[in-house]
Design a protein around this ligand. Sequence first.
Ligand SMILES: NC(=O)c1ccc[n+]([C@@H]2O[C@H](COP(=O)([O-])OP(=O)(O)OC[C@H]3O[C@@H](n4cnc5c(N)ncnc54)[C@H](OP(=O)(O)O)[C@@H]3O)[C@@H](O)[C@H]2O)c1
Length: 323
Amino acid sequence: MNWGIIGTGRIANTFAQALVKCTGSKAYAVASRTAEKAAAFASEYGFERSYGSYKELAEDEKVDIVYIATPMSSHYKDARLCLEQGKKVLCEKSVGINLEQTRELCDLAKSKGFFFMEAMWMKCRPSYLKAMEWIKNGCIGRVEYIKADFCNFVPYDENDRLFRADCGGGALLDLAVYPLTMAADVLGTPKEIISHAHMRHGVDMSNTITLLYDNACAAINSGFEIQNCNNAMIMGEKGYIAFGDWFFCSDEVTLFDENGKELEKCLIPHEINGYEYEIRECERCAAEGLSESPLIPHSSTLNVMQIMDECRRQWGMTFPEEG
Ligand SMILES: NC(=O)c1ccc[n+]([C@@H]2O[C@H](COP(=O)([O-])OP(=O)(O)OC[C@H]3O[C@@H](n4cnc5c(N)ncnc54)[C@H](OP(=O)(O)O)[C@@H]3O)[C@@H](O)[C@H]2O)c1
């Protein structure tokens, strides 16, 4: 597949490092708002074409699939631009700034039969899939409690998209989306959501979220103000599963019984940098002619976005473009 990348920031670089080593993929084109940046990126990773506008890349007929690596507030228009040109789209998380945007993108892709997937790379990683297999096979019985955090200290910088409301910043859409995805994957749609946030400059610097289910709950913290080791545990009536630190990208996951005795440890070191799994999932879906990935279906993306909308409603938080 001929890949195009839109945006040349932090994650675009990391992704490109994996892309150039994936055999079923070709690093074909990159687009930036600045032609010089696109050219420099193209020459660093060996992309054939570079464009000084996102539109030009979307209009290049040779591009099969576009990876969107722009800030949250741009995803909707960038993904729409590409879908309207008939491209397959892998869009960074969070796919939109709210449920409405996300639903429109999923509906557009579905109505045209075009592939559209959230770049929730965690869900393509072998360690995560192993944990889901243990749960499916009943290894820990009925899941009762999930504890997962993503707190990453980032010094405040008014120019960084993370802290800018006009870029769709804040810890919820950037960080909490991972633990929420895991919780919703395992437990589904919560009956009740209780959330608090520490707001500054119009974005949530830190937040805490409790998801309540009939016989289960999930406790999630995320934020830019403190650092922690970001592990995660999924606890059931017959045992528990512990992910290594930085759970969403950990190569290690361990199964314990109800007495805390280790039953199985699974260590699967990533082959490139961990992003190869989502790239391969796109390749697989394209080869099979799928418009949606069974690993990251639209329903999963939409379910999490709905939870995040409710958190923001409880905080009274709106982004500038929401009025
Ligand atoms: N999967 C992961 O592990 C992971 C990790 C980090 C981030 N992400 C996601 O990836 C996306 C990008 O994050 P990032 O950390 O790479 O961001 P970043 O370093 O700020 O880069 C974003 C890029 O988007 C483009 N852009 C378009 N409109 C912009 C605007 N108004 N302000 C700033 N940049 C703009 C810029 O590229 P040009 O100047 O070239 O146009 C910029 O370099 C986010 O959705 C984030 O949630 C995912």
